[in-house]
Design a binder for this molecule. Sequence first.
Ligand code: SF4
Length: 349
Amino acid sequence: MSIERVLVAEPRGFCAGVDMAIKALTWMTRIFDGPVYCYHEIVHNEWVVKAFEGVGVVFVNHIDEVPEGAPVMLSAHGSAPEVVAGAAARAAVVIDAVCPLVTKVHHEVKRMARDGFEIIYVGHEGHDEAVGTVAEAPSAIRLVEPETGLGEYAPADPAKVALLAQTTLGVHEWMAVMDDAQVRFPDLAMSRKSDLCYATTNRQEAVKQLAEECDLVLVVGSHNSSNTQALVRVARDHGVTAHRIDSADDIDASWLEDVSVVGLTAGASAPDHLVQEVIDRLAPTSGFELWSAIEEQEYFPLPPQLRSFVTTLQNLVEAGVTARHPGKDGWLQRDREWTATEALDVVSA
Ligand code: SF4
C-alpha cells in the first residue's frame, strides 16, 4: 500500500460547544477538590473522556450517583429538567456546560408545546441530546428517527404540527423528513433556521466536497458521536467508501488497497492530535493538504456559573484578597484565545 496524498478537511474536529465544555471541565478539575462529577460523557469522545478520568473526573449516567455536596458538571448535550433540578438539590456546585445551540432547541420545544403544537422531533432515540430535549415536553413530542421518517404518523390536528431536530443530524436525512412533513402538513411550524447547528452543516459540506476528490474517506470520532456518524453517511452518499475510526490504530490495511488519495475529517468532539496521528500512519508520499471549505469563527463563552468562580480565583491570585484592577485582562478575558486542545494538554500532562 502506498498513499499518495491526504486531504484534510477544514473545518473538522472541535466545534465551539465542545471547546467550551472541555475548557469548563478543565477549570472544574482545577478549582474544586476532587472528585468532580460529570453527568454523562462531557462530549462523545472516548479519548477525551479517558483524559478526564485520568485526573479523577467521575462520569455518571444517573444524577443520584453524585454524592451530596459534590461539584457536578452537566454535559454539552443538554440535560432533562428533572436532571438539572436533581443536580441542584444534591450537588454543592452545578455547572451546566450545555451548548447554547442545544439550549435554543429546548426553548423552542417549550414554546411550541405551550402554544399547543404537536412536535415532531427528528433525532436518535437514546442519544443524550434527544433524551434531554424530549424531556422538556414529553407529552407533546413524537420522536422520529431520520432514517425511518414520518411513517404513518397522524397528528390530532394537522394544522398544529411543529418540526424540530437534534442539532447533529445528516443534512440530507433531515431535509427528507422536512420535505415530507411540509407536504403532509402545509401549516407546519419550524424554527426560522433549521435546528442543525453550524458545526454539523459546515463539517458535512467539507466532507461532501472531499468525497469528490478521494478514493477513501476516514472520519475520526467515537461510535456514539452522532455528528461523526453523520459525516460517514454523507461521504458514502456522495459515492466514496468511508469508515469511522477512533484513532490511527483502527485503520484496517485492507481499506487502503488500490487507494491513492485519502480524505480525512473528524467529528466535532474529536481532538486534533488524533487526526495528526492518522496522517503520520498513512505517511502520504506527497504529503497532506488542507481542504478548506468554510471558515469558522464561532466562540461560546464559559458557562455563567463558572465565570464567577474563575473571576474570584483570578482576583485572589492576582491581587491577594483584594479586587482585581478594573479593566485589566485575566484568564476569563483571554478565554477566547485559550483552546480546548491546550486545556486537554493541561489535563493529560
Ligand atoms: S455539534 Fe453543534 S450543537 Fe453540538 S456542541 Fe457542537 S456546536 Fe453545539
